[in-house]
Design a binder for this molecule. Structure first.
Ligand code: C2E
Ligand code: MG
Ligand code: MG
Length: 575
């Protein structure tokens, strides 16, 4: 393999000097790459990039001097070795330069290939030594993880950022269970091996979480550190939900649960984890650490191999969520998700024009569970993707069996933001269209504003792709969140559904009356069909009729119903 070139940054306002320096380096070998900049400002910018091995800096730089630049570099914690170039006999400047942070100085008058080569080599060696010292000071030499010092540094940074931006931050404190016993019985070398294996598995977790978990839980893990002995810490910055910390803890317990082979002996290693949350549990870094540590001791006291929040209330809710999560997984395997269907009526003809598919979970013990109790969790942990595949399959089968007999009735399916962000989304839609020969225009995708806000550009592209596949798009729950009429302009929707909270108080509430008729007018002026959702009373129907709303959905006409009931309804309409 070719040796990487040594890159030199030359900051000098005189081009002749550049040519001389370049020639001198060429004389030494062709192993140098010279990058020349002539001004103070670009010089500083390049220095701060820290892309070069060594910098050669001239004294004279237009209205500034090289000393000014050295000062700026020092203020900005520049670590690149800088060699100061001066004129003959200018000793005082040389000394000032060295005091200001230069690694060395060179007298331009006496500079030849040899002195230049020696100086650069010296700088590179010093840089290597400095890096080694830094590594000793900040990294644990056994595991190569950040040590306590670097951990405290990073925690401080994460803490300040969390406080400034009103974010949550979580600290996990890990301790290997029964480590002393392992160490005493197998010896220190085996103990070290075990710690290394734990560290490696934790690092592997970071790598996985960077690509998977981060999108699942929106939790950025920025530091795993070894605090010393058998203790590790994990900083989770930017946690959106407190429960995300327990999800990470749970995965770590799982990751460490397979046996470790040390000295040809298989050992089952477990850890206890304590979790503290800023700002819930602590308002200083010290208490955050102390409380995570206390929670860890609590986990030990409760039988080890588990995690505990510092705040006891959190434990109950975390356990509940983890149980629910594994139950969703089971339900997916056992086909316990079904669809209920709720018709949408054309206001003028009173005919059913759309059927909305609404998922239900048939729980073996708890009975029918509403999507409101599991969709958001499934979105957080990524299970919404396999769940949505199941929903698509049921929708396809429904068309095959029933839908095809009612060509004037479309099927609306709710789409979650996670699906829109999934790189395989379009592919899976195409597959379902093909598999069940769904005609263009049969499917309507209902998306909410959450889907749009995260990435407008991406949403627009995706919606266009879906429309090319013959899928219509409906904006669900319009008015519920950060509604922007701008969205109507930018995204080619076919329908908007007015959020039921406005419908609930019409016609008594003049404000909601005005909003509802406003949405109807604006929607229709964009050539969209407007659907009112959550319609429960006759007076609401009358009001919507008078405002020329296009379609209505709600308990007044139909509740969501299982497939056999829907079949009866559809059949009765035929007669
Ligand atoms: P949504 O899409 O806005 O669905 C309308 C919800 O309002 C349904 O609740 C429906 O049962 C309820 N509803 C309909 N008419 C009335 C009425 O007259 N009065 C009242 N009070 N409520 C009415 P459901 O089925 O519990 O679904 C709740 C939400 O869960 C849905 O809101 C949707 O956001 C989500 N969801 C449901 N199924 C799916 C699905 O298959 N995939 C995804 N990603 N989300 C789904
Ligand atoms: Mg909907
Ligand atoms: Mg809705």
């Amino acid at each position: 393999m070719e040796k990487p070139k040594i890159s030199i940054l030359l900051i000098d306002d005189d081009e002749d000097e550049y040519i001389i320096v370049k020639d001198l380096f060429a004389e030494i070998s062709n192993n140098y790459e010279i990058h020349w900049v002539s001004s103070f400002d670009t010089g500083l910018k390049e220095i701060m990039k820290d892309d070069y091995d060594v910098c050669l800096l001239d004294f004279r730089l237009g209205p500034h001097t090289g000393i000014d630049l050295l000062k700026e570099a020092a203020v900005n914690s520049c670590t690149m070795p800088i060699v100061f170039l001066t004129g003959q006999g200018d000793r005082e400047t040389d000394i000032t330069a060295m005091k200001t942070g230069a690694s060395d100085y060179l007298d331009k008058g006496r500079m030849d290939a040899n002195t230049l080569e020696r100086t650069v080599r010296y700088c590179l060696e010093r840089k290597k030594a400095a890096e080694r010292i830094k590594s000793l000071a900040y990294y644990d030499q056994l595991t190569l993880l950040p040590n306590r010092t670097l951990f405290l540094d990073r925690l401080k940074l994460a803490f300040l950022t969390a406080r400034r931006y009103n974010r949550m931050l979580s600290l996990l404190y890990l301790d290997i269970d029964n480590f002393k016993r392992i160490n005493d019985s197998l010896g220190h070398i085996a103990g070290d091996e075990l710690i290394k294996e734990v560290a490696e598995r934790l690092m592997k977790y970071i790598r996985i979480s960077d690509s998977i978990c981060r999108t699942e839980t929106d939790t950025a893990i920025n530091t795993i550190a070894r605090m010393g002995g058998d203790e590790f810490t994990i900083i989770l910055s930017e946690i959106k939900e407190i429960e995300n910390a327990s999800r990470v803890a749970d995965r770590i317990l799982h990751l460490l649960s397979s046996p470790m082979v040390i000295n040809s002996i298989s050992i089952n290693v477990t850890v206890s984890i304590g979790i503290s949350i800023f700002p819930l549990d602590a308002d200083t870094i010290d208490t955050l650490i102390k409380n995570a540590d206390l929670a860890m001791y609590n986990a030990k006291a409760l039988g080890k191999n588990n995690f505990q929040y510092f705040n006891p209330e959190m434990n109950a809710s975390a356990v509940k969520r983890l149980i629910l999560e594994s139950e969703i997984q089971e339900a997916l395997q056992n086909d316990h998700f079904i669809l209920y269907y709720q018709p949408i009526i054309n206001v003028k003809t009173k005919k059913i024009v759309i059927i909305e598919a609404l998922v239900r979970w048939i729980h073996p013990e708890k009975g029918l569970i509403s999507p409101r109790d599991f969709i958001s969790l499934a979105e957080e942990n990524g299970l919404i993707l396999p769940l949505s595949d199941v929903i698509f399959q049921i929708v396809g089968k429904f068309y095959d069996k029933t839908g095809r007999n009612y060509p004037d009735i479309k099927m609306a399916v709710n789409i979650s933001p996670k699906q829109l962000n999934d790189v395989h989304f379009i592919e899976s839609v195409e597959m379902i269209l093909k598999q069940y020969l769904l005609p263009p225009g049969y499917l309507i995708f209902e998306i909410t504003e959450n889907c749009i806000i995260s990435d407008m550009k991406k949403t627009i592209t995706l919606v266009h792709k879906l429309k090319q596949l013959g899928i219509q798009i409906s904006m669900d729950d319009f008015g519920a969140g950060y509604t922007s009429f701008n969205h109507l302009k930018q995204i080619p929707f076919d329908y908007i559904k007015i959020h039921h909270s406005y419908i609930a108080t019409i016609p008594e509430n003049p404000g909601d009356n005005a909003i509802t008729s406003g949405i109807i007018n604006i929607g229709q002026s964009f050539n969209l069909k407007v659907i009112a959702e959550g319609v429960e009373t006759e007076s609401q129907v009358k009001f919507l009729e008078s405002k020329k709303c296009d379609m209505i959905q709600g308990f007044y006409f139909y509740h969501p119903m299982p497939e056999d009931k829907l079949n009866e309804v559809l059949k009765s309409k035929e007669e």
